[in-house]
Design a binder for this molecule. Sequence first.
Ligand code: ATP
Length: 315
Amino acid sequence: IEPISTTIAVGMAAALTGFLASYPNILYYFHECCRPEWISFNKTGLKTDLDSKLFGQHIASRIILKAVNGFMSNDNPKKPLVLSLHGWTGTGKNFVSKLIAENIYKEGMDSSFVHVFTSTLHFPHPSQNATYKSQLQQWIKGNVTNCERSMFIFDEMDKMHPGLIDSIKPYLDYYDKLDGVSYRKSIFIFLSNAGGESIIQKTLDFWKGGRDREEIELRDLEVSLSLSVFNNNQSGFFHTSLIDKNLVDFFVPFLPLEYQHIVQCAKAEMKARGLEPDPDVADMVARDVVYFPKLERVFSVKGCKTIESKLDYYT
Ligand SMILES: Nc1ncnc2c1ncn2[C@@H]1O[C@H](COP(=O)(O)OP(=O)(O)OP(=O)(O)O)[C@@H](O)[C@H]1O
């Protein structure tokens, strides 16, 4: 005779199996999978986030909204979306990638369809490049086979070996399918500081000319950005044919952040901690930040990067 607990357990297992057989889709609600329940683009959400959470980046904000909107509303894109974000440290490149992920994937950056690679962390030894190349290609292929709406973020792209960049090139191109896999619905985001200095110079010129930074347009930055990124043999991009093959859809400049933006970041951080944003504390934090160039002291050396820890000190 079986103990009563075994009988109950067997009965419950049978009931559960019967239930799952009748409602197979129920599992999709509990476990992330490559379906619209977990992946669907929230257009107004992205706009609201860019408008209210990203400070001082009117050009980036505009390009990203347009690019992601256009791509996600096209059911049959000809190639994956490839964005290359450029700018000084702490200006919001990783932050924007997170906002994009949060408005596409229910799990945001924790989604199993969002993959982040950091050159110095994942590909540290140039001598291992051949291994990295094949691992990276397998990794991308495996992930896109698993879900065509995958997102790949490559941080420190300027420190990535050109050979490694070249190895991902086929996935960014206009192929219908490669080895039976279509990459056309994936998103690739490259982050780098390359071009940061030329963006700073232009922003400083506007500032010195007494012009509003909001007047800066993409075309004001394009020439100097391309000279400093693509014609500079120190930059990983220089040695690859990513650029001349037009595989990058949008180059997105991030402007250096000023005092007013540091204040906004400090207030946002207080809010995120469930505190009432205190303008005096935000001012103290912003005053504590180091600005450059030495003479003018206009731009924050670390952007909004250290605000979190500075706030610990003042609250
Ligand atoms: N423009 C911005 N608007 C709002 N918050 C920002 C902005 N820039 C940076 N931050 C805040 O500072 C933090 C660090 O910024 P982030 O990691 O995005 O910088 P980054 O540009 O990627 O820098 P790096 O080039 O060093 O990787 C973000 O998590 C965010 O909280």
